[in-house]
Design a protein around this ligand. Structure first.
Ligand code: UDP
Length: 167
């Protein structure tokens, strides 16, 4: 093994929605997402297989006032949908950077993203494609941190890394 060999073969990165905001109050900052993608690309280019669990806090923030007083499970489904929007944005930013990636969702919205299928996700990773896991766990009363631990274990990631707020 050369000194240049990566330490990990397969990793799971948890990217919070807030990491995508940059200096903005909510939403997705284009430059910020491009910067994050170039960092992920550098890791993939080393030969590391990368799975990404994406959060939704940045979009959910924008609708939080409406969600106040709302049925908890209903609000949580909105939060999960926010992660799908972020997943699509991340996928597109990866495409612009010349990366091969796939988005899966724990919630079935088949016209938009393919459903989460563990074996398929692993196959993509083996092919060197980055897999974006959206929709959290698919269950209300959970968070995308739980989804990261879950997907990390399911895909056999050697480490789960969490990126919260990136300057
Ligand atoms: N969420 C959920 N179940 C999950 C994952 C997420 O109900 O398995 C909802 C929950 O309302 C949460 C929102 O989606 O507040 C956004 O996820 P999270 O807060 O984990 O995003 P982050 O803070 O990482 O951006």
């Amino acid at each position: 093994m050369s000194a240049q060999s990566p330490r990990y073969r397969r990793i799971l990165l948890k990217l919070s929605g807030e990491a995508l905001m940059g200096g903005d109050a909510y939403g997705i900052n284009r430059q910020t997402i491009a910067g994050i993608v170039s960092e992920i690309k550098a890791i993939v280019d080393l030969g590391v297989q990368v799975g990404v669990v994406i959060g939704g806090g940045n979009i959910f923030r924008g609708v939080a006032p409406a969600a106040r007083g709302m049925d908890r499970a209903q609000a949580d489904y909105m939060g999960m949908l926010a992660t799908v929007m972020n997943g699509l944005a991340l996928h597109d930013a990866m495409r612009s950077a010349g990366m091969a990636s796939r988005v899966q969702s724990a919630l079935n919205i088949e016209q938009v993203v393919e459903p989460y299928i563990r074996a398929k996700a692993i196959r993509y990773l083996e092919q060197g494609r980055t897999v974006i896991f959206s929709g959290g766990t698919g269950n209300p009363f959970f968070t995308t941190d739980t989804a990261a631990a879950l997907r990390g274990a399911e895909i056999g990631a050697e480490i789960v890394l969490k990126a919260t707020k990136v300057d």
